[in-house]
Design a protein. Structure first.
Length: 294
């Protein structure tokens, strides 16, 4: 089965005005910032507590689209999201890359010298390890469900000794003070988000990137993956991402997720798919869309 992306040639924000978009995290989160950057300010956010709930809202029809982080430049692919996309047969219709700038956020008037507790998502805390160790070595760290949720909690508690790590968007939303900006250890910290649809739509004319899953006919036979990957090189198709995932119910057998620089409208794509079929490979296209890096 091939699922294809949206029919519009570009992301016209007018198309998404008032549209219900499910995201992982709360209003003011990085997911929220990415959704607004991609789709415009006038969208209706459905905040979800985890990736699975975000997909469920889409599949049930409560949300018209979903936006989920799928890859980070420091931590790699988010396997759970890839697996949920495949299991729920939803389609990737777009993507956006967002620079993740972490801020230390506190109540108005709070100063770094008074901070005794820092609250945030565990990944955000890890991303700011050097800053916390050097500037706040005695502050206790507390893991929370979400960066934006941590900022909301700091506002609710009203305690100037408690701070959160989160984005500027969350600080603005809750009227809190950004004590210090760009406290992440690695400034080349980007997250890739994908836009998802539960409906099959026609292929956009500007699509130049495709996400797919391959199962080789004999994934434990020497050379089976090598031969499958050779098809991409032979057809001049670049592979951006490749990683393996276990096949549920078949211990020690694997499938492979790929992002490639081609789309079904191109002749080399069609030739590639035909050769993979001849080899006995099973291929599921998760979506074809415009490369967000270009």
């Amino acid at each position: 089965t091939i699922h294809l992306g949206p029919g519009n040639d570009s992301f016209d924000v007018l198309v998404y005005q008032g549209m219900k978009i499910s995201i992982q995290g709360e209003e003011g989160s990085f997911h929220h910032a990415a959704a607004k950057k991609l789709l415009g300010e006038d969208i209706d956010i459905i905040a979800c507590s985890n990736f699975s709930e975000t997909i469920e809202k889409l599949v049930s029809g409560e949300a018209e689209k979903a936006l989920l982080a799928i890859e980070n430049s420091l931590f790699g692919s988010i396997n759970e999201v890839y697996d949920l996309i495949l299991a729920n047969k939803v389609t990737i219709t777009g993507e956006i890359y967002l620079r993740i700038q972490q801020c230390l956020i506190g109540l108005p008037g709070a100063e770094i010298e008074t901070i005794k507790e820092v609250h945030s998502h565990p990944v955000a805390l890890a991303q700011c390890e050097n800053y916390l160790s050097s500037k706040l070595p005695y502050a206790k760290r507390f893991e929370n469900r979400d960066t934006a949720g941590s900022v909301a909690d700091v506002k609710k508690w009203g305690d100037p000794t408690k701070a959160a790590i989160g984005g500027q968007e969350a600080a603005n939303l809750h009227g809190l003070r950004v004590i210090e900006v760009e406290i992440e250890t690695n400034k080349q910290n980007y997250t890739r988000f994908v836009l998802l649809s539960s409906k099959t739509q026609k292929l956009p004319s500007n699509s130049d990137k495709t996400s797919l899953v391959i199962r080789t006919p004999a994934d434990r036979k020497p050379g089976s993956l090598y031969r499958a990957l050779g098809v991409f090189a032979e057809n001049d198709v670049n592979i951006f991402v490749l990683h393996s995932r276990p096949i549920i119910g078949k211990a020690w057998h694997y499938m492979f997720y790929l992002d490639i620089g081609s789309s079904p409208k191109e002749e080399n794509f069609q030739a590639m798919m035909e050769e993979l079929k001849i080899q006995g490979c099973q291929v599921v296209v998760l979506g074809s869309y415009k490369n967000g890096m270009l």
